[in-house]
Design a protein around this ligand. Sequence first.
Ligand code: ADP
Ligand code: S3P
Ligand code: MG
Length: 170
Amino acid sequence: MMPADLGNLTLIGMPGAGKSTLGVVLAKRLSLGFVDTDVLIQVNRGKALQQILDEAGYLELRRIEEEEILRLQVERHVIATGGSAVYSAAAMAHLQRLSTIVFLDVAFDEICRRIHNFDSRGIACAPGQSFADLYQERLLLYRRYAEITIDANRGGQEELAERIADQLLA
Ligand SMILES: Nc1ncnc2c1ncn2[C@@H]1O[C@H](COP(=O)(O)OP(=O)(O)O)[C@@H](O)[C@H]1O
Ligand SMILES: O=C(O)C1=C[C@@H](OP(=O)(O)O)[C@@H](O)[C@H](O)C1
Ligand SMILES: [Mg+2]
C-alpha cells in the first residue's frame, strides 16, 4: 500500500521537547524523509551552534536559523526545527506554506528534567534571561503557529510517533 500523501510536517517546541529524536522515528513511521534545521546550520556554516552563539551571539544564531529555514525546499519530509525558529515570522510563514506544523508540548518541569547542559547545548537566549521566562515567552509563539498540538510529556518515542500518525491519518 502506498503511504498517504502527508506533504511535509514541521516539529516545533522547546529544546528537549523531542523534535530531533522523535522526528526521525516519526519519519520512519510515516515513510517520510527527515531533516533537522540545526544540522543544516552546522553543516552549511561549518560550525557548532554553541560556537556561533559564543562568537556572534544569540541574535546572529537566530538570523542564521531564519536564513537556513527560508532556503529549505523539501517534499514529504519531517522537519525538526530548533527551539528558537518561532522568533522569525518570515521563517514560520515559509514553514506554514511548506508543511503542517506540529507543536510538541512539554511542561517546564519535564523540560528541565531532560536538559542539563544549558551552557553547551546552544540555547538562543538573551544574556540574563531566565529559562523559566524564556519558556513562557516561547509558549505563546509555539501556540500561535501550532496546527496540531501533542502532549509530549509522557510516552516513549514510538508511542508518541503513533499518536501523531493517528492524528494525521484520521
Ligand atoms: N518523549 C520523551 N521522553 C523522554 N525523554 C525524551 C523524550 N523526547 C526526547 N527526550 C530526551 O530529551 C532530550 C532532548 O531531545 P531532542 O530530541 O534533542 O529534543 P529537541 O530536538 O526538541 O531539543 C534527549 O536526551 C532525549 O532523549
Ligand atoms: O531553543 C533554542 O534557542 C535553540 C535550540 C536548539 O535546537 P533544539 O531545540 O533542537 O535543542 C538550536 O536550534 C539552537 O541551539 C537554539
Ligand atoms: Mg533538536
